[in-house]
Design a binder for this molecule. Structure first.
Ligand SMILES: C[S@@+](CC[C@H](N)C(=O)[O-])C[C@H]1O[C@@H](n2cnc3c(N)ncnc32)[C@H](O)[C@@H]1O
Length: 239
């Protein structure tokens, strides 16, 4: 089959049948379809499934009792990868939207956080809120901050702020990660976080792709653009 025809057949064939076909042919050129939440890919996904990231993902993912095994694997890989690029940028790390604490705990280990001489700021009111404007809460969110703090070794440079974003914290930031499930709050916080980012620092926000109406006005006021990842995450780099 030539490459174009093969691509068409592949896009029309259910992954389970396509993977069986690949096994039958013993082909090395294409990789099986894998699904990671909203991301489906047939490239080689070994970086997500083997090595240090995969080991830490397996270790910490049970912290969140509600997330199925692979749903956030691809997104967490992006977060860890970008956080790692910011290891030597001056300033602290910030995670807004903590809940069960899985993402910040994974990043903490992945970047060898204690060796960096930085502080990890965790921001969440732990009220289970889904919006700053209503009283609606989600029972899938954690409301016990001690559950999160207990995850870290004694003396870990972690500070928990039981507050809502937008929130202005003192100091400069190397890496900011927002995942409040509340795109209005994440977008409203962009100017505050962007101002505190050191040059070369990065901000990654989880809900970007599906909520451009929230993010675009904030970005255009700042005169910047975000990198729109296929996962739906948005990335901003401070110039
Ligand atoms: C999707 S969960 C975070 C998941 C976490 N990043 C993880 O990977 O385990 C969203 C959390 O954001 C919190 N939240 C909602 N609105 C917020 C706001 N304005 N400021 C800070 N946290 C908020 C919710 O209470 C909830 O705990």
């Amino acid at each position: 089959m030539n490459q174009t025809l093969s691509g068409i057949v592949q896009s029309l064939t259910p992954p389970i049948l396509w993977n069986a076909y690949l096994r039958m042919r013993g082909t090395q050129k294409r990789f099986p379809w894998r699904e990671f939440g909203t991301i489906m890919t047939c490239v080689d996904t070994r970086p997500l499934l083997e090595g240090r990231f995969a080991e830490l993902y397996a270790k910490h993912r049970p912290l969140d009792p509600f997330r199925p095994l692979d749903v956030v694997r691809y997104r967490q890989y992006n977060i860890c990868f970008l956080a790692n690029l910011c290891r030597h940028v001056p300033g602290d790390f910030v995670c807004a939207g903590v809940s069960w604490g899985f993402s910040p705990r994974l990043v903490f280990d992945f970047v060898h956080f204690p060796s960096l001489g930085k502080t990890l700021h965790l921001i969440d009111p732990f009220e289970g809120i889904v919006s700053n404007a209503t009283d609606e809460v989600s029972e899938r969110y954690n409301s016990n901050p001690d559950y999160v703090l207990r995850q870290y070794p004694p003396g870990a440079p972690v500070v928990l702020h039981r507050k809502r974003i937008p929130l202005r914290l003192p100091g400069k930031f190397a890496f900011v990660f927002t995942d409040t499930g509340n795109p209005a709050a994440d977008a409203e916080s962009l100017p505050v976080f962007y101002e505190s980012l050191s040059p070369g620092g990065m901000l990654i926000t989880e809900q970007y792709g599906n909520n451009l109406d929230h993010y675009e006005p904030a970005l255009s006021r700042l005169g910047i653009t975000a990198l729109w990842l296929p996962s739906g995450q948005g990335v901003i780099v401070k110039q």
